[in-house]
Design a binder for this molecule. Structure first.
Ligand code: ZN
Length: 150
């Protein structure tokens, strides 16, 4: 029988192999670039936000399985959500991966992001798992300005 850990691992590998919403959005209203130099992860995030609602979201980039699957799961989770809901999920997810003691009944608030439970043991991996989320927050803050590292 599969353990929960193996199941989580499978979800991560699946999203790494077939990332959801892996596309540039030509009509993006909000964009941001995220880098995690410690691991070499890079993400370009694109959002179409209308009336405080995330109508569409996509990303491109390269990096490790954790960073890529995290971005894939995040984009699947956030489509159709409001900015407030997205920030709320980010806060809960961030608490979850950075704290040992979190109530199990708060976990359903961020759905499949629970598969990253394993990164808690590897502080360096927390940055990989949270890169997409930090990029999301900066995209929301930057408004319609395009951020580039050039
Ligand atoms: Zn990484």
């Amino acid at each position: 029988m599969e353990t929960i850990k193996e199941l989580y691992q499978e979800v991560i590998l699946d999203h790494n192999r077939n990332p959801r919403n892996f596309k540039k959005l030509a009509n993006a209203t909000h964009t941001a670039v995220g880098d995690n130099p410690l691991c070499g992860d890079h993400i370009d995030l694109f959002l179409v936000i209308d009336n405080e609602v995330i109508k569409d979201i996509g990303f491109t980039g390269k990096g490790c399985a954790i960073s890529k699957s995290s971005a894939s799961l995040m984009t699947s989770e956030l489509k159709g959500k409001t900015i407030e809901q997205a920030k709320d999920i980010f806060n809960k997810f961030h608490d979850f991966i950075t704290s040992e003691s979190i109530e199990i009944n708060t976990l359903d608030k961020f759905g499949k992001m629970i598969v990253f439970e394993g990164v808690k043991q590897f502080p360096i991996r927390i940055k990989c798992a949270s890169l997409a989320w930090h990029t999301l927050i900066s995209a929301i803050k930057n408004g319609d300005k395009i951020t580039t590292t050039e």
